[in-house]
Design a protein around this ligand. Structure first.
Ligand code: GLY
Length: 386
């Protein structure tokens, strides 16, 4: 097959370039306001309450998304305010890295996409050191029975979660920069067991799998952030979709690409109504709980997936990604300067109704990642090489 059959040009094919430019301009304006509000507080923005950034702990797993979004916007606009804000908040995160005993598996979310990107863009040693230390801490969570331990609870030695697929790129990065395959081998072992024990035959996924930490036997799969065991937390499906795509890019293992496609088909077939994902694809009809953050991650995963496939195969993913992005911009973004959060309609967990339809910094991040990707920004923050 001719090489160009495999080149799906997501930039060239975007149907409405004026919309893209206009939307990015609106994001730029809104984020100047959001940054001004961020500088009034001494924590990193995550969500908002009563029109203000809500207090947030430095170790919270989403804290890398804010500086990462600043780097995305810096690359898009070259406005120094974004670079300064990224570096200001990268330094704040050193407190979380020092408190390493309390860190969990979310090291990629926290350091790869900002310190790793800062290093890739500017080659500074401090950012390299932060990212490499984060990779070592993540590798240290590996259980040789084939999984990375997610959290630190007294009884959670055998808990792994699908979200970790998005942290594996930190390990691939560490092997790439050191030429030491240990990190990559851990990532592959974890991805292999996730493929086997999380992804179901229909393309839906468990959020959590509890392994026996001594033997690796699967013991249970509780509801996690979805509604019940056996349900289908949409953000978890997005983590699998994007995560397996990234693992395929790093390893070339065809099974990962097939898994990403299977999850993508399942995801797309579940959003055909209005292109805004429900929090759990198997939740009851009422209440109609949405999650725009998982939607944003899925859009970016679908766009990367398109780039790996022949034209005809990619079109279905592209069409869904574009429709989801436009639905998100249309129905789930607050452009007003009355609240510093950009994207609305995000939900932490189905079983935590107090978190229904809030703002979340990573919905903002993925919205921006999708826009910049479609404008031709081709540095992939999940593979931030120089
Ligand atoms: N990684 C936790 C979440 O997606 O909410």
């Amino acid at each position: 097959m001719a090489a160009e059959m495999f080149k799906y040009d997501i930039v060239e094919l975007f149907p409405d370039k004026a919309w893209l430019e206009e939307t990015l301009k609106k994001v730029d304006k809104k984020l100047h306001y959001s940054i001004q509000k961020a500088r009034e507080v001494d924590y990193i923005p995550y969500t908002t309450e009563n029109g203000q950034w809500k207090p947030n702990k430095i170790g919270w797993w989403t804290n890398g998304f804010w500086p990462a979004m600043m780097w995305q916007m810096y690359l898009a606009t070259k406005d120094e305010i974004y670079r300064e804000e990224a570096i200001r908040t990268e330094k704040m995160l050193d407190e979380a890295l020092k408190d390493f005993k309390t860190t969990n598996h979310d090291m990629g979310f926290m350091w790869l996409i900002q310190s790793g990107v800062h290093y890739a863009l500017e080659g500074n040693q401090d950012s390299y050191d932060r990212t490499f230390l984060a990779a070592n801490l993540l590798a240290g969570r590996f259980n040789p029975n084939g999984f990375i331990r997610a959290w630190n609870g007294k009884e959670q030695q055998g808990w792994a979660i699908v979200d970790c697929m998005m942290n594996l790129p930190l390990l691939y990065w560490a092997s790439d920069v050191t030429n030491d395959p240990r990190f990559r081998n851990i990532a592959i072992a974890h991805a292999d067991s996730t493929m086997k024990n999380f992804v179901r035959a229909d393309g839906s996924c468990n959020h959590i799998v509890i392994y026996d930490p001594m033997t690796g036997e699967v013991l249970d799969n509780p509801a996690g952030q979805g509604c019940h065991s056996g349900s289908s937390w949409s953000r978890g499906q997005a983590w699998a979709l994007y995560g397996f795509t990234l693992s395929y890019m790093a390893t070339g293992k065809k099974e990962y690409l097939d898994t990403a496609k299977k999850v993508a088909h399942y995801f797309i077939s579940n959003v055909l109504d209005d292109y805004i994902p429900r929090c759990d694809f198997r939740q009851p009809e009422e209440p109609d709980v949405k999650d725009n953050a998982g939607g944003g991650a899925a859009i970016c995963g679908l766009l990367e997936l398109c780039k790996l496939l022949p034209q005809k195969e990619a079109a279905v993913y592209y069409d869904a990604a574009v429709k989801m992005l436009m639905a998100m911009a249309d129905k789930c973004v607050n452009w007003e300067e009355n609240d510093p959060g950009l994207c609305t309609m995000c939900t932490e967990a189905y079983l935590k109704p107090q978190t229904y339809h809030i703002t979340m910094n990573y919905a903002d991040y993925y919205f921006v990642e999708a826009l910049t990707k479609l404008r031709g920004q081709n540095k992939l923050f999940w593979r931030p090489h120089k």
